[in-house]
Design a protein around this ligand. Structure first.
Ligand code: BGC
Length: 724
């Protein structure tokens, strides 16, 4: 399975850089080209290595020193793809093997022809190892080739230098070593690069470079490898010492080991789709690849940033994206990894309690954006509005409190899918209780009701409103499950649970998004919907004006219906889907996919499939620049949600597994594994039947279109026999 780009476009350099990132959950290396182009942004990231630069209040995922750059000089000419001098261009990421490959034929200004091949991957076996291999074949005559490459400490985060160079040295004729420390967080990063041929070294201005020379006969091939280890203080107390003990490796051997790990992943987490549109399979597999390379393995100090490890966007910060959009995929193929994501929140309870206290609340108020410490990292100001020249305040840290309940919701998702009572006893119940205590202090009595005022719901274009439906329902759920898991706490929750105002559908069947939303004027959003994702409405109107209109950035009530399908019947879902979608620009990448799921649940199959395709195009469409500063992690998680929760109709509730499949017209079959209650269920769904195979004999109960079934080892259901 390959994701291929034909034709080279300078316009898309940074989009390729993001899409073709190689990684393993710890390291992420952007799919940049070895040679330099002024607009190309290089990037290598290590999950958890953040730094708060001087003058800023917000930690940034550090863009580490670069090891990808190679200046290649062939018979005196510096190789570059500009000037339309390449043919046979092929650029692809092999998602099955995790290898990024570029092949091309280059014609020099003297009309000499060369075939070049560049390959790169991050080892899935050894998480600190990144490997690169370059092959060059001269076609027009014998060749003299020079390569300059090394460790480049001039790399910055959008211009900000995050590291102090502690040491830089070489060993023998082919090894370079550099050791850095982040300026504020004091994390150490050691890098060791081994070249497959002897070099002449020089060091200047934080750049350690090796220069290699080759002579090669016509039609023969020069092969050159560069193996790089990155060890940080997250891996070892003394990274510099540890890195020097690591073995020399060769590209093909390490690739082989890494592919074995990728095979394991695909066997467990792959989805097979038979569709008339062959892109569907590709898009889904590409999304799964990215989900896998962004997910930390075995390290509960880490979570997942909104751009994974693919770019500097959102400074590598962690949002509700992780719990609501990414965790379900991880939970149903690797529950241990999902548990670690929840432990990340548990370890950071202290910061959340502090944030609650500082704001006059009790319990735990988790930060809207977090990094390594769990402190609030949301920048105070967003980008300058270039029309007014003013900076807009970011209100999310002050009022986007639904993240607290999103985390509690994820704890329950984890428990419902695993029955892990030990986790609940040690961590889950406390997370539920601390988050619930926040809501008890956050809500206010208003006459007979309890209300939650001055919040921002998922729709960030509507700020500081009262009784956002999403927030209130989620808070109610949060407190209800906390009461269930903490018997001594239950009496304190009773009044809140009884009296918290939960907006119900009005006479037209519409659930008010908040107390005032429905009384605001409506404007045509045609212009902005055409350019969705670009937030153009904020150029035409100030945020305060957008706030006073019925304009949604992303799914809000629709999001609520997605998380609590049992509370809303199909008629209400459909009315709200239509009503709110008309008013939604989908400027957030978290929006379309959730609409696709609700549309499918309302039997709007064509609409659902259209949303599915559009949601997949957010990163994988043709438009240049859409993903320049990183992939939209949550939107990729939502591709899995669309397939599993949406089309396959698999959902897990407290009562068990529900199955309401509704495949798109173009799909003949979908097959996938789903880990549930400690075992792997293998699903095969067509429009006519459902087969489920289990790995053990322990009976599992579930409902197919509301009818109860028990599966022991295997079950085959003919859908024509199930009353709908
Ligand atoms: C969305 C948030 C999301 C964040 C990070 C924002 O544009 O409105 O819901 O958490 O991006 O993906």
């Amino acid at each position: 399975m390959k994701w291929t780009e034909k034709g080279f476009s300078l316009e898309k350099l940074n989009k390729y850089g993001t899409l073709f990132t190689v990684g393993n959950g710890a390291l992420g290396v952007r799919g940049v080209f070895e040679e330099d182009y002024p607009e190309q942004v290089r990037g290598m990231f290590r999950a958890g290595i953040y730094n708060t630069p001087a003058g800023s209040t917000s930690a940034e995922l550090v863009n580490l020193p670069d090891v990808t750059r190679c200046k290649i000089t062939l018979d005196g000419n510096v190789f570059s793809m500009q000037n339309e001098n390449i043919t046979q261009f092929e650029l692809f990421l092999n998602v099955k093997t995790g290898e990024f490959v570029r092949r091309l034929e280059w014609r020099s200004p003297q009309n000499r022809r060369y075939v070049l091949e560049f390959r790169r991957f991050a080892s899935k076996k050894v998480q600190s190892l990144m490997a690169a291999k370059i092959s060059v074949t001269p076609l027009s005559g014998d060749m003299e080739m020079k390569v300059e490459t090394g460790i480049d400490g001039q790399q910055t985060n959008f211009g900000t230098q995050q590291l102090v160079e502690l040491e830089a040295r070489v060993f023998g004729a082919n090894q370079m070593f550099a050791h850095y420390q982040t300026t504020e967080s004091k994390q150490n990063v050691a890098i060791l690069t081994t070249l497959s041929a002897d070099a002449v070294f020089y060091a200047k201005n934080r750049q350690l470079t090796g220069e290699l020379s080759f002579i090669c006969k016509k039609n023969e091939t020069v092969i050159f490898e560069k193996m790089t280890y990155v060890i940080t203080s997250l891996d070892h107390e003394t990274p510099a010492g540890a890195i020097l003990l690591l073995p020399n490796e060769n590209y093909e051997a390490v690739l082989k080991q890494s592919i074995q790990k990728w095979d394991d992943f695909w066997n467990q987490a792959g989805i097979q789709i038979e569709s008339q549109n062959e892109m569907d399979q590709k898009l889904v597999s590409f999304a799964l690849y990215h989900l896998e390379i962004m997910s930390p393995k075995k390290d509960s100090r880490l979570s997942i940033g909104a751009k994974g490890l693919t770019g500097e966007g959102y400074k590598g910060h962690v949002f509700w994206d992780t719990e609501i959009f990414l965790l379900p995929f991880i939970l149903h193929h690797s529950p241990e990894e999902a548990k670690n994501l929840l432990l990340y929140r548990f370890h950071n309870l202290e910061g959340a309690e502090k944030k609650a206290r500082d704001n006059g609340y009790k319990g735990a108020l988790f930060p809207w954006e977090s990094a390594f410490s769990g402190d609030e990292e949301t920048p105070e100001f967003a980008a300058i509005n270039i029309k007014t020249g003013k900076r807009q305040k970011v209100a999310s840290a002050l009022a986007e409190h639904h993240i607290v309940a999103d985390i509690a919701y994820a704890v329950m998702q984890y428990f419902n899918a695993t029955n892990d009572a030990t986790f609940m006893k040690q961590y889950g119940a406390k997370l539920l209780r601390m988050t619930a205590e926040f809501w008890l202090s956050r809500a206010e009595r208003l006459g007979e009701k309890w209300v939650i005022r001055d919040v921002i719901g998922p729709d960030e274009y509507t700020e500081h409103i009262d009784n956002n439906a999403y927030t209130n329902y989620m808070a109610h759920y949060n407190v209800a499950v906390a009461a269930k898991w903490n018997a001594d706490f239950a009496p304190s929750c009773a009044e809140f649970l009884e009296k918290l105002y939960l907006p119900k559908p009005n006479e037209n069947g519409i659930i008010p998004q908040d107390d005032t939303f429905l009384s605001k004027p409506v404007i045509s959003l045609e212009k902005y919907k055409k350019e969705q994702g670009k937030q153009g409405v904020l150029l035409d109107y100030a945020r305060s004006e957008v706030n006073e209109m019925q304009i949604l950035k992303q799914a809000d009530v629709v999001m609520l219906m997605y998380l609590f399908p049992a509370l809303f019947d199909a008629d209400i879902m459909k009315k709200n889907l239509v009503f709110y979608e008309t008013r939604t620009i989908h400027d957030s990448s978290l929006s379309k996919a959730i609409h696709a799921i609700i549309a499918n649940w309302c039997n709007e199959k064509a609409l659902s499939y259209r949303f599915f395709e559009e949601a997949c195009r957010i990163d994988f469409g043709d438009a240049p620049h859409t993903s320049d500063d990183g992939i939209h992690a949550a939107s990729l998680g939502a591709i899995w949600l669309m397939v599993i929760n949406g089309f396959a109709g698999v959902t897990v509730t407290q009562k068990g597994l529900e199955l309401n499949p509704q495949l798109p017209d173009k799909w003949e079959k979908v097959q996938f594994n789903f880990v549930y209650l400690g075992e792997t269920l293998h699903f095969t769904l067509t429009k006519r039947d459902i087969s489920i195979r289990k790995s053990s004999d322990t009976p599992i109960h579930f409902n197919i279109f509301g009818k109860k079934y028990i599966v022991e080892k295997e079950i085959h259901v003919n859908l024509e026999e199930v009353p709908l």
